[in-house]
Design a protein around this ligand. Structure first.
Ligand SMILES: Nc1nc2c(ncn2[C@@H]2O[C@H](COP(=O)(O)OP(=O)(O)OP(=O)(O)O)[C@@H](O)[C@H]2O)c(=O)[nH]1
Ligand SMILES: [Mg+2]
Length: 602
């Protein structure tokens, strides 16, 4: 089996016929040609396939060349009696319906009944042709008669060579009708006038219908069976007639070398009309109601071929499952590729992104990838493989997202470290210089706020807070220590001052006490002196009294003396002397009194 995902897509510029399916007689196997698979896998948009089948040497390849409007570079046409076309061929140039943008490709098949290959082989080619067609053309020479109908006996083998489901084979032929293409019978060298039983002119389509519904008794069982199968399996039927392209037998042999204007005008017109019909009436190739792209078409053929090669009958439902799974795989692969490309595009630069930015980008590329996946894998909602591959994609994207966030965080962390080093410069300088004290806390907070604002503005990423916390954890001991130091310093300064003042006070108190003591001593001394003075006063007063007494006595004596008048002068001197003594004593008393007074007050 060809791994379609591994096929390298190349633009095929030159149009040519390429072999699509080869039959390798040595091992009795069909092969899907690599070049054709490569070509088909890159086809985008709506595509359709018109396939021709029929007896060998009946001008099939030649007619296709005329429909594509190519000559030598078209399908191979040989003048000999030997079977020419082998296997199934594809022409790389389509005819295009510009309105519906449908590319219609032509497939040429090897002629049946060549005698070289078995009927089983012919039936397989016929079955493959039916399975590949959007429009199936059966080519025969002359009118529709018993002989030409029997040529279509391969249709009766269809239900043996194509199975719709892998179970319930009873109704296979009827169900097959839903999977078969449009059927067109091409009548070559047809020169007769088409008329019904009542001799009325009829269209080729009516002619075909009459032939298929003809149930006259003389028909063979084989013929009846073919008619019945055609009516059951092909619901959409039509018929086209062509005159011989040239009249001259010699020219007919080299008909492929003739230019268009050398062909009969009627034949040219019929070709043109038929091409127009195909352009208008061919539908995109579908399976299960879904338009197939080139890759899906390729996968379908590949599955059918491998079934035949294994000796099995191709099962449409199995082929469909393979197609769906291949598309899911393809959807997953393309979505992953797009995701990786977008990741590189948005996260390729060394520049870290902000938290908000990264989430916006991741959402955008997640959506884009998912859309791609859905576009390819969602060929039918809720197909059997969709959810499984969707989960694979989601897991893949989640893993990549986590990685992207981690890488971005790493980038951010490095950047944030640089930012924090830059914006904390001023704060650090002040800390180093121990500028902050308990008395200028507002300055500290101002610096700190400036630092926080600048960091918040310049930093980025989910880990920005952690970087800040880490910084603060490292620096807060310094900040706290410095502030505590400043508090300690302030209070220790106040304490010293208070102690000094207290000491001075104590000295003063001591001095005061000492002074009081001295004063008390003085007072005591003075009191003692006063006491003494008092005693002296008493003594002196006693003395004074005594002296007064003496004076009185003396005065009395004086009087007596005077009376006695004895040595008055001497007595007078004594009196004078005594007066002097009295004067002295008075002075002493006065002085003592003064002293006492002072001692009381001092
Ligand atoms: N009578 C008749 N002969 C034709 C017509 N077109 C082509 N031929 C002749 O048939 C020969 C074979 O033509 P091809 O186009 O190769 O026929 P084929 O059906 O593709 O043959 P295989 O590939 O062998 O099956 C040509 O060389 C012509 O001589 C036609 O419309 N009528
Ligand atoms: Mg041919």
């Amino acid at each position: 089996m060809i791994d379609l995902d591994q096929i390298k897509l190349e633009q095929i510029n030159d149009f040519k016929a390429i072999q699509l399916i080869t039959f390798v007689s040595q091992n009795n196997k069909f092969e899907l040609n690599n070049e054709a698979a490569q070509f088909l896998s890159q086809l985008k948009g709506n595509i359709a396939f018109v396939v021709i089948c029929g007896k060998y040497r009946t001008g099939k390849s030649f007619l296709l060349n005329k429909l594509i409007d190519v000559q030598n570079e078209g399908f191979q046409v040989s003048p000999s009696t030997n079977s020419c076309t082998q296997g199934i061929w594809l022409y790389t140039k389509p005819i295009i319906n510009k309105q519906s943008n449908l590319q219609i490709y032509f497939l040429d098949t090897e002629g049946s009944e060549s005698g070289v290959k078995s009927q089983t082989h012919d039936a397989k080619i016929f079955a493959l042709a039916i399975l590949m067609s959007s429009t199936f053309m059966f080519n025969s020479i002359g009118c529709i008669d018993e002989q030409s109908i029997i040529q279509l006996h391969l249709t009766t083998l269809l239900s043996k060579n194509i199975q719709v489901q892998d179970h319930d084979n009873n109704n296979n032929e009827n169900i097959l009708g839903y999977y078969t293409p449009k059927f067109i019978w091409l009548l070559r060298d047809f020169v007769l006038e088409m008329k019904d039983g009542q001799n009325r002119k009829i269209t080729p389509k009516e002619y075909l219908e009459l032939a298929l519904h003809d149930d006259r008794q003389y028909q063979s069982e084989n013929s009846k069976k073919v008619r019945k199968t055609l009516l059951t399996c092909f619901k959409d039927r039509n018929c086209f007639q062509f005159v011989r392209p040239v009249i001259n037998e010699n020219e007919l042999q080299r008909v492929n070398q003739l230019s268009n204007n050398q062909l009969r005008e009627e034949f040219q017109q019929q070709v043109t009309q038929f091409r127009e019909y195909l352009l208008k009436n061919t539908s995109p190739k579908q399976l299960n109601g879904v338009n197939l792209n080139g890759r899906m078409f390729c996968k379908m053929i590949d599955t059918f071929i491998s079934n035949f090669n294994k000796g099995k009958v191709p099962i449409i439902s199995t082929a469909w499952e393979h197609i769906v799974e291949t598309e899911c795989q393809q959807g997953l692969a393309q979505a992953k590729q797009l995701y990786e490309t977008n990741l590189k595009k948005y996260f390729g630069a060394d520049e870290a992104k902000s938290f908000e930015e990264i989430f916006q980008i991741l959402k955008k590329i997640r959506d884009e990838s998912f859309q791609t996946f859905h576009y390819i894998a969602g060929i039918r909602e809720k197909n059997n493989h969709f959810e499984e591959y969707k989960k694979k994609l989601l897991d893949f994207m989640t893993e990549k997202e986590n990685l992207a966030i981690r890488l971005n965080d790493d980038m951010n962390n490095t950047k944030n470290e640089e930012v924090i080093a830059e914006v904390s410069q001023k704060l650090k300088e002040n800390l180093d210089q121990e500028t902050f004290t308990i008395d200028n806390l507002e300055v500290f907070f101002q610096h700190f706020n400036e630092f926080l604002t600048a960091y918040d503005k310049k930093s980025a990423g989910t880990e920005k807070a952690n970087t800040l916390i880490h910084f603060l954890q490292n620096h807060h001991p310094i900040i706290v220590k410095q502030l505590v130091n400043s508090i300690v310093q302030k209070y220790s300064k106040n304490k010293n001052q208070a102690e000094e003042e207290k000491a001075v006070q104590q000295v003063k108190e001591k001095q005061l006490l000492d002074n009081i003591k001295i004063l008390e001593q003085n007072i005591q001394q003075h009191e003692t002196k006063i006491k003494k003075l008092d005693q002296d006063k008493v003594q002196l007063e006693a003395q004074k009294k005594q002296l007064s007494d003496q004076l009185s006595k003396l005065q009395t004596e004086n009087k007596t003396i005077r009376d006695n008048i004895k040595d008055v002068d001497e007595l007078q001197n004594v009196i004078l002397q005594k007066n002097e003594e009295i004067q002295n004593l008075r002075k002493m008393i006065t002085s003592l009194q003064t002293k006492k007074k002072k001692g009381c007050c001092g």
